[in-house]
Write a protein that binds this ligand. Structure first.
Ligand SMILES: *Cc1c(COP(=O)(O)O)cnc(C)c1O
Length: 368
C-alpha cells in the first residue's frame, strides 16, 4: 500500500531527502562530525526564523533536545521561570492546560487564565490575573501561552500577550510547537523570550528532536537558580552546545534528517512555506464548506494548518476516520470535549495538492 497521507498535526509527510538522511553514516555524538551538524542545525533554525541579524549580536539561540514537542515545552517551562516566581498561563485548549500541568509538576505556582477553546483569550482577564497575583504576594515572573492551539487550530494573539508581559516585566514563554515555520510570527517584535518547537510539524523533519529558540538573556536570568530537573535543564544544554558539546546522547540520525529539513526551510523561506500551507488549507476549507459542513472557528482565528470541522450529522469520528483511512488519508479526532462534536484535518508537511483535492472528494462521498 502507498504510504498514508498524513492529515494529522504531526508527524507529517516529509520529503524523500529528509527520509534518506536517516540512513546516513553511523556517528558517535562526541566526534567532530556530529558537532558540525549540531552547529549547522542550530544556526539554520535561528536563520530560518529571521533571528540571526545582526549576526554578531547572537541575541537568540536554538537549543536542541531529544524528545517530542512536549519535551521542549517542559524544558522551557521548568528552566526559564525564575526561582520563586509564579507563572501565569493563558489556557484555551489542551496544550495551554498541559503547560499548567508541567509547571505544577515542577512545583511552580500557577495561575491559569481559562477561556473557551473556540474564542480568543480575554486580554483584560490576563492582565487582571497578573495584577491580582502580585497583589496576593505571588510574585508573577513569567507569562506562558500557546501560539497555535492545536486543539481547535486557533491562533492566539501573541503580540498583544507579549506587550502585556513586557509591560509587567514578565518573561514570555511560548508553546510554538505547531506554529513555528507554519504561521507568521516575529518573535523579536512580539517580545517572546523563548519558544518551544519540534522537528516533525511545520519544520518537516522527523519525530525525535525538539528545540527551544530562546533569547540568551532569558537563560542568563535563571543561570544562578537551582535546577528543577536534571534532564530538562536548558542552561546546561545551552552551555554544552555553545562549547560544541552535548550533555546526553541525542537522536543522531533524526538530527541528520532535521539538518536536511532546515536546509530546505532556509531555501524555501518561512514566508513561502506559509503561502504553501495557506494554499493547502484553502483547498480543504473551500471544499469542506461546499459540502455544507461547518468550520468550527471564525475565519479570523484560524491557523494556516488546521481545519476543525463540525461532525456531520449522524456520523461518528470512528466511521469518518476508517472510511478516509481506507482511501489512504489519516485524519484526526477532536481533542478533549470536542471529540464527539468535531474532527480535524491538518495540512502540515509535504502534501501534493491533488491529494488534498482527493481527500475532499472522498469526504464528499462519505457525507454526500
Ligand atoms: C504537538 C504539540 C505539542 C507536543 O506534542 P508531542 O506529542 O509531545 O510532540 C505541544 N504543543 C502543541 C501546541 C502541539 O501542537
Amino acid at each position: 500500500m502507498a504510504q498514508p497521507i498524513l492529515l494529522n498535526p504531526g508527524p507529517v509527510n516529509v520529503s524523500p531527502a529528509v527520509k534518506a538522511a536517516m540512513a546516513g553514516e553511523d556517528w558517535c555524538h562526541r566526534e567532530p562530525e556530529f558537532f558540525v551538524l549540531q552547529d549547522h542545525v542550530r544556526a539554520s533554525i535561528v536563520r530560518a526564523l529571521g533571528l540571526h541579524l545582526p549576526e554578531e549580536a547572537k541575541t537568540w539561540a536554538a537549543i536542541l533536545m531529544t524528545g517530542s514537542g512536549t519535551c521542549a515545552v517542559e524544558a522551557m517551562i521548568s528552566s526559564l521561570v525564575p526561582a520563586g516566581g509564579a507563572l501565569i498561563v493563558v489556557s484555551n485548549g489542551v496544550y495551554g492546560d498541559r503547560i499548567a500541568k508541567i509547571a505544577r509538576a515542577h512545583g511552580i505556582a500557577v495561575t491559569e487564565v481559562l477561556s473557551d477553546p473556540s474564542e480568543a483569550p480575554d486580554l483584560a482577564a490576563v492582565e487582571r490575573a497578573i495584577v491580582e497575583a502580585r497583589a496576593q504576594g505571588a510574585r508573577p515572573a513569567a507569562l506562558a501561552a500557546v501560539h497555535h492551539e492545536t486543539t481547535t487550530g486557533l491562533i492566539n494573539p501573541v503580540p498583544a500577550l507579549g506587550a502585556l508581559a513586557k509591560k509587567h516585566g514578565l518573561v514570555f514563554l511560548l508553546d510554538a510547537v505547531s506554529s513555528l515555520a507554519g504561521e507568521a510570527i516575529d518573535l523579536e517584535a512580539a517580545h517572546v523570550d523563548a519558544a518551544a518547537c519540534t522537528a516533525n510539524k511545520c519544520f518537516e523533519g522527523l519525530p525525535g528532536i525538539c528545540f527551544v529558540v530562546t533569547r540568551r538573556s532569558a537563560v542568563e536570568l535563571v543561570a544562578k537558580d537551582p535546577p528543577r530537573s536534571l534532564y530538562f535543564h536548558l542552561p546546561n544544554y545551552l552551555q554544552k552546545q555553545d562549547e560544541r558539546d552535548t550533555p546526553f546522547t541525542p537522536a543522531v540520525q533524526v538530527l541528520m534528517a532535521l539538518g536536511v529539513a532546515t536546509d530546505a526551510l532556509v531555501a524555501e523561506t518561512v514566508a513561502k512555506r506559509l503561502e504553501r500551507y495557506r494554499g493547502y488549507s484553502k483547498i480543504v476549507r473551500d471544499g469542506v464548506e461546499k459540502l455544507g459542513l461547518r468550520l468550527w472557528l471564525p475565519a479570523e482565528l484560524r491557523s494556516n494548518t488546521i481545519t476543525t470541522i463540525a461532525m456531520p450529522k449522524g456520523r461518528t469520528y470512528e466511521e469518518l476516520h476508517d472510511l478516509m483511512r481506507a482511501e489512504g488519508f489519516v485524519i484526526y479526532a477532536g481533542q478533549g470535549d470536542l471529540r464527539s462534536k468535531a474532527f480535524r484535518i491538518a495540512n502540515m508537511g509535504q502534501l501534493p495538492e491533488r491529494e488534498l483535492e482527493r481527500a475532499v472528494s472522498v469526504l464528499a462521498k462519505i457525507v454526500g
